[in-house]
Ligand binder design. Sequence first.
Ligand code: NAD
Length: 392
Amino acid sequence: MAESKLKNNSDSLIPITVARGDGIGPEIMDAVLEVLRASGARIAPEFIDIGEQVYLSGNSSGIADASWDSIRRTKIFLKAPITTPFGGGYKSLNVTVRKSLGLFANVRPCRSLHPYVPTKFPELDVVIIRENEEDLYAGIEHQQTVDVVQALKLITRPGSERIIRYAFEYARAYGRKKVTCLVKDNIMKHTDGLFHSVFDEIGKEYPDIIQESQIIDIGSARLAARPEDYDVVVTSNLYGDIVSDIVAEVAGSVGMAGSSNVGKDVAMFEAIHGSAPDIAGKGIANPSGLLNGAIMMLMHIGQTDVAEKIYNAWLKTIEDGIHTGDIYSEDYSKAKVGTRAFAEAVIERFGQKPAHFPALNTENANPGGLMSSDYVRKDLRKGLEGVDVFED
Ligand code: NAD
């Protein structure tokens, strides 16, 4: 499970699907592709159109059939943020892609770059692992009567086992010490109760990892107030969506964090932020979030040497005070630069190591391509004597 099926250390080019997105998407994607090209990343991008223009052409899911073909063939998708038009029955492209391709794990590492990026939490280093397909995001909603609407919260044992096992495997692979499970099982005894009991069950297989469970309300409050107490957090879809934004924001800037959406066969990599229409076209957006998503992609496909080169040059750029406007501060910034100049500054620093932050050394590290094993139900349910149950 800890080995990427996509690991490839040869010189052959790996095809990847690329979408430049909406708003600031094309600007930050061009900057990231420039860095990838200059770094010698062994990839062959295939471009597809998704998002606003596709929606407005009458496609309610925002992605055309030919684009699906590319993603299903390459199995690697580097995606810039898109704008979902309001109203008109447009479906969220992110939810559609995650569900259609079975991208069950959403991994969002957030870390402090104190003092270069202002934050109240210098020690913050948290990875949020969020279940990506179930829960209230399964999209099962009904109009019961004129005045009553209903949404179903769907939590399954296979889905819970997969994400929780993924979180423990991730912790082991990346030398993390603790996994915290966030639930609300004092109220939702069946749904969150199942998630919690699966966490306790699977946790027994990982005695080397510290384990704790918290109720989501106090857990979120503590993540916002004392994020340094957390290491890896695993939780269901809606809670994960909320707490990952909280942690990214308190780490410094929403423009900094990347994320991966990982499934059994396909993986998608992106920034955690949206298309930022308020600054689109100005050339001032921070490309770091998407760059960090691209670095996760390189780890996933086994090009750890290139990932290391880019990540260390990026850290050195931040340390040297070359900052975009969102992270600019009088004390630590030396130059306020735009998107393209930031990318050029990273390229200029290839081969350099950060002086303040520990450099990334992937020589002995896991290549990062954590893929799931197929779900196997372990034993017959108890208390069902006389009833036929499947052991599949
Ligand atoms: P947003 O993340 O786009 O912007 C929030 C704030 O952060 C804005 O002030 C913006 O200027 C700033 N910001 C975001 N990224 C930045 C960057 N890289 N550099 C500098 N500043 C940055 O959130 P929003 O305004 O709520 O959403 C805008 C659009 O994005 C909406 O249509 C929404 O549906 C979409 N969206 C898409 C994704 C995605 O494609 N993954 C995710 C979230 C939101």
